[in-house]
Design a binder for this molecule. Sequence first.
Ligand code: MG
Length: 306
Amino acid sequence: MPTLPSQVRIIEVAPRDGLQFERTTLTLKTKINFINQLSKTGVSNIEVGSFVSPAHIPQLADSDNVFRGITRNNNVIYSALVPNEIGMQRALAAQADSIAVFTAASETFCQKNIGCSIAESLQRFKTVIATAKCNGLWLRGYLSCAFGCPYENAVPTTQVVKLAKQLFTMGCDEISLGDTIGVATASQAKTLVLQVSGVVPLDKLAVHFHDTRGQALANILSCLQVGITRIDSAVAGLGGCPYAPGASGNIATEDVIYMLNGLGIKTGVNLKKVITTGHYITQQLGRHNASRVAIAGIPDWLQNES
Ligand code: MG
């Protein structure tokens, strides 16, 4: 087997990317409890909320108060999704450690998702990025539909490479390649990461797989084999896929940690605590837990290693 990294960072996206696709809107108190629990699991990054228009994503309308209400762990980076300068100012007021901007590798998806062209989205980022840099914030760039688009089908690799390079050149500290509709397969995932690593250093790249077609763990493993060390995941597999109703959303953090533990790759994340947190939030949401590991449990003989 090719060399695997010895250590990986887990970017926990459930409070933002997960909850924004859930039908149930949680109370402020539940969101704060949820993030406080996640903060004690050992994950290094938590995406707390989003400063897009509250009318656009009502589930996250209280992100300002969520940030104010949580108990911060100094070992965790708390981030927020920011679409424009207004959102940036809210992120600063809320004392986010990091912000994320988002665009897509597909023109049609970008138009439908954020109502502008890819070029216009990059133009909007310029002021946001400048403000973020002035204030010393870590900056993540999301590239959606990097592996396929619900409208344009296959997305040319050259387009993904070009946009990843632009985001990096503009000042993003990290680029997350998103498989928004969960169509990627292991060979494609590895090939795309290798191509993008020609323009963005591997340690600045994250992968964001949805488990829509059950391929996410295989995709993550193949990306680990070519040197990826940053993985996005959501506890209990929160989130859905608006383009495939009823299908799974983000890969579950529990399942990723179980695989990484088995590979001897360190994450600093306590699997039992993540499982407990996943059960808590699925109870609050009244939905099933999409983590296979959470449902089946940790085998007795692995309990001490988790
Ligand atoms: Mg996602």
